[in-house]
Design a protein around this ligand. Structure first.
Ligand code: FAD
Length: 380
């Protein structure tokens, strides 16, 4: 009996590859073309737990060959700069920087090598009969039936609509301009800048491409490359630390800083994995890591059910993932409040709290351990 997977992002592809490794028949149905998903730049920072999962399942060759290890980050503000070497704090773990589109390319190749099938250019328009053991999806005019459906179709997918659970939401009422620049990183580490104009972030992607984030603030125009670079230099305090290395801006997108969690993540024969079931702000680089963690939990459960007839892990899928998701949400919200310049009627009070939080992080070893454990976290 096959598993139908909606979506060929990290969640769907890790799940599919792990199922194929156990010889479970599965079909991935993806709305976009193969070229599109293999070029879609998003995440980059893989937590140690994600690398362990990919390693244990023979999916980590590319990231070991081309990924870069990161073990420190820096915070800049009007009070100066400090760095935290998180590989010496908390659980003493590191990140591996490997662009998401490269990971997706590797995962597609592995899934196909393992005998999996992907229908690209095939938007799914609904998931049906999930209260039965013959659920089906409709895509490009066809009815595709399986034993289980995994909704791995991200934040704009259709699978979540079929789950009768509750989706809890939090909108921070702010957005970031996310951009990729064809420029080498200007600093050795991820750098977070806290500035009255709004937050700015610098993250290496490859030796020639850097991701930047800018909190979008009222009255700050970011429409042209010149305005963007000027604002990045201002918030990154070029007057003290030197100007950023500029380059062509390859793409920009707006990321709304909001989160949701669907509870439960399953109903009948349908299971939500990754952004389909829980969205987290990029403030703590957790989304792709949560997707990989949940895909691995679900793969184990589906293999037990389909190969050994043991449904217990499957019944506990949502309960196994939700505490990890909420812990990541808690840290991501802490990061949102640490990094972003508050606006609104209580902005001055919130700004004072932001300074207190930053100062505590700079000076308290316990606070630094908390940061490191959660920053590199998401561990089953
Ligand atoms: P997706 O990657 O969104 O994949 C879902 C797939 O489903 C897509 O291919 C989509 O085309 C397909 N689909 C959607 N609807 C349908 C349909 N109806 N029918 C068929 N297919 C459908 N996370 C980190 O961990 N670290 C980071 O550093 C980080 N940085 C980020 C930076 C940016 C700018 C953004 C936007 C996100 C970032 N994230 C980061 C989050 C991370 O990219 C996501 O959490 C991750 O992609 C989730 O994987 P997924 O497989 O659940 O969903």
């Amino acid at each position: 009996m096959r598993v139908l997977i909606v979506g060929a992002g990290p969640a769907g592809l890790v799940l599919g590859s792990l199922l194929r490794a156990s010889d479970i028949d599965c079909l991935i149905v993806e709305r976009q073309s193969r070229a599109h998903v293999e070029q879609r730049a998003r995440a980059g920072f893989l937590a140690a737990n994600s690398v362990r999962i990919l390693d244990a399942n023979g999916l980590a060759d590319g990231l070991h060959r081309h990924g870069q290890t990161h073990d420190a980050c820096a915070f800049r503000s009007g009070a100066g700069q400090f760095s935290l070497t998180y590989s010496e704090l908390g659980r003493r773990e590191k990140h591996t920087m490997y662009p998401q589109q490269d990971l997706v390319r590797d995962l597609i190749a592995s899934f196909l090598d393992r005998g999996g099938e992907i229908l690209f250019d095939s938007p799914v328009d609904g998931v049906h009969d999930i209260d039965t053991d013959r659920p089906w999806i409709s895509a490009v005019g066809e009815k595709l039936t399986g034993r289980f459906v995994a909704g791995c179709d991200g934040q704009y997918g259709v699978a979540r609509d079929a789950i009768p659970g509750t989706t809890l939401r939090r909108d921070h009422g702010m957005s970031w301009l996310a951009l990729l620049a064809e420029a080498p990183p200007s600093m050795a580490t991820v750098t977070y800048a806290i500035h009255p104009n709004g937050f700015a972030g610098h993250m290496a992607r490859t030796p020639s491409v850097t991701r930047y984030y800018l909190q979008q603030s009222p009255g700050v125009d970011l429409s042209t490359p010149e305005e963007i670079w000027h604002e990045l230099d201002t918030r990154m305090r070029a007057e003290t630390y030197g100007p950023l290395i500029r380059g062509r801006i390859l793409e920009t997108s707006t990321v709304e800083i909001h989160s949701y969690v669907t509870d439960p993540l399953q109903h009948g024969s349908l299971f939500l994995v990754g952004d389909a079931g829980s969205l987290i702000s990029p403030a703590a680089a957790k989304g792709a890591n949560l997707a990989i963690m949940a895909a691995s939990v679900l793969a184990r459960a589906m293999v037990a059910a389909l190969r050994d007839g043991d449904d217990r892990l499957l019944a506990g899928y949502s309960a196994a993932c939700l505490p990890l998701i909420w812990r990541a949400q808690e840290f991501s919200h802490w990061m949102v409040n640490l990094l972003n310049t508050p606006t609104g009627p209580d902005a001055e009070f919130m700004r004072a709290l932001q300074w207190a939080r930053l100062e505590s992080l700079r000076t308290s070893r316990m606070h630094q351990d908390y940061f490191a454990e959660n920053y590199t976290g998401v561990t089953e």
